[in-house]
Design a protein around this ligand. Structure first.
Ligand SMILES: [Zn+2]
Length: 409
């Protein structure tokens, strides 16, 4: 039997190891302080000692300072297996933080104690992003246990803070430890996926979140002439913003939602009674724009509409941007990371991969901004962030084989 087959057979024997790993990770809730948690420290320290026992050539910790959490740090781990060619790295990057459990009575079991039911492991974080984390760890374990030497250095990176914008995670690492990465490194992010495992994500839309606070003048409902109705101005603002869809009208079939989207979302309560002209109204827009458009231009268009509404309705509009992420040029299907990943997927699973784009918001965006190609892939049932989140054991082991194949190729 050749090494590759031996490694695959070994991965098939890791079911109990996977369940134990998922159990330990899930029982240490790693919720960001922005979402009311205490950060990733406990979970990451447990993982660090686990990785230390596995036999990596090195396990390093990089800490982003954060005064809001008890230990004052948000830790990231890097576990390395030295390759035949040490001038280049294969990165598999997963995040350790999870979103809160949400509505507890919608869960059929304790979100932070796993429940195993056949092929499924239930618990918060089991899919997002512990499935990706576990498949990377098990691929590395099989390589180490078989004393195989990967083609290039294998570096597993487990980052913090992904769910709330990565300021204390990958963005901190990229700002302070840029020399970790070489331009010819191969970077994989197992944090998006479909149930068949055929989609390789290569592009993300740009994101702009705009909040408009419309200030008018409150008055009695029967005397609108002495007030300034903020609700009417808000309604007109929403209608005019809708017109932006015709300016940003290009479509790209690589994306599941092929056009740019400009959606009015948040709308504040104004007055609690029927007979008062509201003096203030807040409306929010979630815009996901195809990468070829400039998001600064879109923000200017919003301001222009606000100026027009101010002039027509006599209101004042304070416009703020919550999120402003210009997406980088997509990874190309001719890039080495895409070609290698597609080969590994097809050879291990028999599925022919297709390139796709998504609505935005993974750690890959930060790398693409700096000119790196990134392949995002895993086999997911897409239960992330929902109650009764779960992860498939067989998919995790299959993904681990794909990553092991990628490391050896
Ligand atoms: Zn995730």
């Amino acid at each position: 039997m050749n090494t590759r087959d031996k490694i695959f057979q070994q991965i098939d024997s890791y079911r109990d190891i996977l369940i134990d790993l998922q159990s330990n990770l899930t029982s240490r809730p790693a919720v960001a302080p922005d979402a009311g948690g205490q950060g990733e420290y406990e979970k990451v320290m447990w993982l660090k000692s686990y990785l230390n026992k596995m036999g990596f050539d090195a396990v390093e910790e990089l800490d982003a300072p954060d005064d809001r959490v008890p230990q004052k740090i948000r830790p990231t781990l890097i576990a390395t297996i030295n390759g035949k060619d040490t001038s280049r790295n294969i990165w598999i990057i997963a995040h350790t933080d999870v979103v809160p459990a949400g509505e507890l009575n919608l869960w059929l079991s304790d979100p932070f104690q796993i429940k195993v039911d056949g092929d499924l492991i239930f618990g918060r974080g089991t899919e997002d992003n512990q499935q990706g984390l576990c498949s990377a760890v098990l691929a590395a374990k099989a390589i180490i246990d078989n004393k195989a030497v990967p083609a290039y250095n294998v570096k597993l990176m487990f980052v913090a803070d992904e769910e709330v914008g990565s300021e204390y995670g990958i963005n901190y690492i990229l700002a302070h430890n840029k020399s970790l990465f070489n331009k010819n490194d191969l970077i994989l992010v197992p944090d998006v996926g479909d149930p068949i495992g055929q989609e390789i994500e290569i592009a993300e839309k740009s994101i702009l979140w705009v909040t408009c606070r419309i200030i008018g003048k409150q008055a009695h409902g029967s005397k609108p002439d002495i007030g300034i109705n903020a609700a009417r101005a808000a309604a007109n603002l929403i209608v005019q913003a809708d017109g932006l869809r015709y300016k940003y009208s290009a479509s790209d079939k690589v994306f599941g939602v092929p056009t740019s989207t400009i959606e009015p979302t948040k709308c504040s309560n104004n007055v609690s009674n029927m007979n008062t002209i509201p003096g203030e109204q807040i409306v929010g827009f979630d815009c996901r724009i195809l990468p070829q458009y400039d998001i600064i231009e879109l923000a200017k268009d919003f301001r222009k509409i606000c100026d027009g509404i101010e002039a027509s309705f006599g209101v004042k509009i304070e416009m703020t941007e919550q999120q402003h992420v210009q997406s980088a040029p997509p990874t190309k299907t001719t890039d080495e990371v895409y070609i290698r990943l597609a080969q590994s997927i097809e050879e291990v699973t028999g599925v022919k991969p297709v390139p796709v784009g998504i609505g935005g918001g993974t750690v890959a965006a930060s790398f693409r901004q700096l000119g790196y190609s990134v392949g995002l892939w895993s086999t997911l049932n897409e239960k992330c962030h929902s109650p009764n989140e779960c992860s498939s054991i067989s998919n995790t082991l299959k993904d681990a084989k794909v990553f092991a194949d990628f490391m050896l190729r």
